[in-house]
Design a protein around this ligand. Structure first.
Ligand SMILES: Nc1ncnc2c1ncn2[C@@H]1O[C@H](COP(=O)(O)OP(=O)(O)OP(=O)(O)O)[C@@H](O)[C@H]1O
Ligand SMILES: [Mg+2]
Length: 291
């Protein structure tokens, strides 16, 4: 079942989408500001790089330097891979149309001659939507962008939405949702607690996907952790956090987890500054390694 699926590297998510993304599909991550879209996108890209694949980051507003700095706050060392297996396309200026229709296909063509798996991130894709008022032009531009980049591999595009929490998806994002092969909707409930952000899979073509609302959290070093099933964990930590991390790292080693994951668990241990126990988060990560 998981044979030709591409693991996102977002802990807990792959279990909800038959093991991962299908190659050459475009998935849109929709959410209001601060829900974690960039974190999702970076984690997906860095997971591929850790597996020996290449990453292409398409940006509009921020420079590669800004993005790499942001990544380092989240615990990812992008600089190490910069222009070796991580590349940026900075679509600057107002003339997206020309960029998307002429320059981008040329760039992609040059890249696709190499036979290396590439993950693509467009973060944020919002300026492309705003580049024109005309719905038909928007549709063409987004369609072309997806069509071109999907040639390289799986694409994750982030779209900002302006609907208020609790509302259904905002009208301004209907077009990318319609044109994408998959849509994941992120919501943030600023009510405190651990897993106070939630994720919903709106669609995922060719995939039997989870239909629930799944809480997720951030941990510096590992990124997003999604609670995809009801995990039974004691509310109060049974052991000191140190011990919990040490045991989890040991289990990961026993499961022959990639070195990258072990390092992330160590980084997670160093950075864990929450008051709550890491037990549930660790359990979700270990669970995802077994699949
Ligand atoms: N590793 C982490 N540990 C704790 N909190 C984190 C971590 N990563 C992200 N966050 C929190 O999540 C917030 C949003 O992250 P992110 O930048 O991914 O959201 P976004 O949806 O891309 O936002 P925007 O629409 O502004 O681009 C951050 O402001 C931060 O508070
Ligand atoms: Mg962002």
């Amino acid at each position: 079942m998981t044979g030709n699926r591409i693991k996102t590297g977002i802990f807990g998510l792959d279990a909800l989408i038959e093991g991962g993304l299908r190659d050459k599909t475009a998935v849109v991550i929709v959410g209001s500001s601060g829900t974690g879209k960039t974190t999702f996108a970076m984690q997906f890209l860095m997971h591929g790089i850790e597996l020996g694949e290449q990453g292409l980051y398409v940006t509009m507003e921020e420079s590669p330097e800004q993005i790499m700095r942001e990544a380092s706050y989240m615990g990812w060392d992008m600089k190490k891979h910069y222009e070796k297996n991580l590349f940026f396309i900075h679509l600057k200026g107002r003339n997206f149309k020309k960029m998307v229709e002429e320059q981008l296909p040329q760039l992609v063509k040059a890249r696709s001659d190499y036979d290396i798996k590439t993950r693509v991130v467009i973060d944020p894709m919002t300026p492309v939507i705003w580049a024109t008022q005309e719905k038909l032009d928007q549709r063409e531009l987004i369609g072309k962008l997806f069509y071109t980049l999907k040639e390289l591999g799986p694409v994750i595009a982030t779209v900002e939405e302006h609907a208020r929490p609790g509302e259904t998806i905002g009208e301004d994002v209907l077009l990318p949702i319609y044109l994408a092969d998959g849509v994941i909707h992120l919501e943030y409930y600023p009510i405190g607690g651990v897993f106070n952000r939630t994720l919903k899979i709106v669609k995922m073509r060719g995939t039997h996907h989870g239909e629930g609302v799944y809480p997720y959290m951030f941990a510096r070093g590992v990124g997003v952790i999604v609670r995809s099933s009801a995990v039974e964990v004691p509310k109060v930590a049974t052991k000191p956090y140190e011990t919990l991390f040490a045991e989890a790292i040991k289990t990961a080693e026993t499961l022959k987890a990639p070195q990258g994951i072990i390092e992330r668990l160590k980084a997670m241990k160093e950075n864990w500054d929450y008051e709550f126990s890491p037990e549930e988060a660790l359990q979700i990560i270990l669970e995802s390694l077994k699949k």
